[in-house]
Design a protein around this ligand. Structure first.
Ligand code: FES
Length: 568
């Protein structure tokens, strides 16, 4: 039996399941608007992974708590966060600490990110004899791909993907890896110091070697209505279901590009949701796509079988998959959301269709979460084909960046998928252990070769997969001048365009002029779009120089914690 916890929202008594996120409990209670912005607009859960800060609520008088990252583990009084409300310092606030009292930890290897890549790197390095600490901001290890069921006594058993993740976590623990969940890294300072918080306490790490495996987060694709409560990323919907067994709505429309949307639709159908449609940006598969499918089969048949299984499940449930189309507008209606979709490459008006739903999931691909690497000065370059920043890695030493003693792998260095990250992690773990003079010689040759073969295979799979799902990135194609581009600061497309037209000379100046990128998400959602606009105007690539510089804190931290820690 799942244990229940009582809590209140704006004084209304509610119940949730012990261990689920506050966001999951609120969604289950039918509450979608969690806070109001400066302009009075309502916001709810969007990214579901602690990046966007749209789900901020006040918990027991403490402001700025992310509902998606706050665990419901005790009775709590939750209120809508509202700009301008007077806040009191809770009596439970920790007393100021002095900097001398902050213990400095010096692990031999620190891995940031307990997803597939981070865990497999940790296991390989630990088995080679290194002392390894893995930190992750979530309450459970596994990352986005292997997210585990967080609630006790959940009615449904873990699926194959979660089981595989559980085995990986168990392997890491059995190998002696020290996994610390709930550690949020908010500072990265050259040459190699990381600062984080763990249960409200500041932590400082000075590792001998750092492995960054921070994964990715979903791309922002501004369309009219994309900030409305009930509109979230496909990843957020998947977390609600896979981790907490909660559905984002009863009738859901899923739109985007790539296989994750099909998988999540199939999972939500299995969970009892009605899926109005899956709207895929890529054109309907042709003979050319079938050739890509054949290459995918050759590289990773199991994954293709899984994909066909999702498609079949949707077919049985009568869920239409509409190709070559995208959402063009979302509006609030009396009983939920009205969503317009249209064929993108054809007559948008002529092909318009409208759906009434109570939740919309958008999954238009990912962006590498490379903030720590950029803050430490690791070199990056822009990849035009994949429209993303790629971390420069040494060709001869797995994962070695241009920053001394800093290694990186997986999606944070350039999107490659979880299966490739698993294999790459093994190679990077061994390389880092060797760099620290641990024995990784002849006995591990077989392991290294197997990982190299797996990595090559999954890279071939990914290449073919994105040929199958080839589509022009939407960027701002569907935004109107009034559409909010910077979600956090509510800066419209028109405002950015005007600043550029007035001759804003640099990305920093544009930020100061418009406030785009100054919000709580640190420009993670608006940054790539603003950079693309500026690059187009200047006629150059949206490379690292045209991006917002990484600023501390790269993740939220309470001012009281920093102030207390720096008072000496
Ligand atoms: S979207 Fe968060 S700062 Fe712009």
């Amino acid at each position: 039996m799942t244990e229940t916890v009582s809590f209140t929202f704006e004084g209304r008594p509610l119940e949730g399941r012990y261990g689920e996120s506050l966001a999951a409990a609120l969604i289950a209670a039918g509450i979608r608007g969690f806070r109001r912005t400066r302009s009075g607009a309502e916001r709810g859960i969007f990214c579901g992974m602690g990046v966007c800060q749209d789900c901020l609520v006040e918990v027991d008088g403490q402001a700025n708590q992310r509902a998606c990252m706050t665990k419901l583990d005790r009775p709590m009084a939750v209120r809508r966060e509202s700009v301008g409300r007077e806040l009191s310092i809770p009596a439970t606030a920790a007393p100021p600490r002095t900097i001398e009292k902050i213990p400095e930890e010096k692990p031999e290897i620190l891995v940031v990110g307990a997803g597939p890549g981070g865990l497999s790197a940790a296991i390989a390095a630990r088995r080679a004899g290194a002392r390894v600490v893995v930190v992750d901001e979530r309450s459970l290890p596994g990352g986005q791909y292997f997210k585990q069921i967080a609630i006790s006594g959940g009615a449904q058993a873990p699926d194959r993907q979660q089981d595989e993740g559980r085995r990986l976590i168990e392997d890491a623990i059995a190998a002696g890896v020290d996994i610390r969940s709930g550690v949020e890294i908010w500072g990265a300072f050259p040459p190699l110091t990381l600062a984080g918080t763990e249960a409200g306490q500041i932590r400082v790490f000075n590792p001998s070697r750092l492995i960054v495996a921070t994964g990715a987060y979903e791309r922002g694709v501004p369309i009219p209505g994309w900030t409305l409560p009930g509109v979230m990323t496909t990843g957020a919907a998947q977390t609600l279901w896979r981790s907490y067994r909660r559905l984002p709505g009863e009738r859901i429309l899923i739109a985007g590009n790539g296989p994750l949307n099909l998988q999540v639709a199939a999972e939500l159908v299995q969970g009892g949701a009605g899926i109005a449609a899956v709207v895929e940006l890529a054109e309907v598969p042709t003979l050319r796509s079938l050739a890509a499918l054949a290459r995918m089969c050759a590289a990773a048949p199991r994954l293709v079988i899984d994909g066909l299984g999702y498609r079949r499940r949707l077919q049985i449930a009568g869920v239409p998959v509409i190709y070559g189309s995208a959402i063009t507008r979302i509006k609030k209606s009396s009983d939920g959301l009205t969503v317009d979709i249209a064929e993108i490459e054809r007559d948008v008006q002529g092909s318009k269709r409208t759906f009434s739903v109570d939740a919309v999931c958008m999954g238009y691909g990912l962006q590498p979460a490379n903030e720590i690497l950029r803050a430490l000065g690791s070199e990056h370059r822009f990849d035009r084909v994949r429209d993303q920043l790629i971390t420069w890695l040494a060709p001869d030493i797995p994962g070695k960046t241009t920053t001394t003693n800093v290694f990186a792998l997986g999606d944070c260095t350039g999107l490659g998928g979880a299966r490739a990250a698993l294999a790459e992690g093994r190679l990077v773990g061994l390389a880092v252990a060797a760099d620290l003079d641990h024995a990784t010689g002849a006995g591990l040759t077989g392991e290294r070769e197997a990982a190299q073969r797996a990595l090559a295979r999954h890279r071939r799979f990914q290449k073919a997969l994105w040929q199958f799902y080839a589509a022009r990135p939407l960027g701002l194609a569907l935004a109107t001048p009034e559409t909010v581009l910077c979600r956090c600061e509510e800066v419209t497309v028109d405002r950015i365009q005007s600043a550029l037209a007035e001759g804003c000379p640099s990305i920093g100046e544009l930020k100061r002029n418009t406030r785009a990128g100054m919000g709580a998400c640190q420009g993670r959602y608006c940054g790539p779009l603003v950079t693309a606009l500026m690059a187009a105007r200047l006629g150059r690539d949206p490379d690292d120089e045209l991006r917002f510089a990484p600023r501390m804190p790269i993740k939220p931290i309470a001012v009281a914690d920093i102030a207390g820690a720096s008072r000496s």
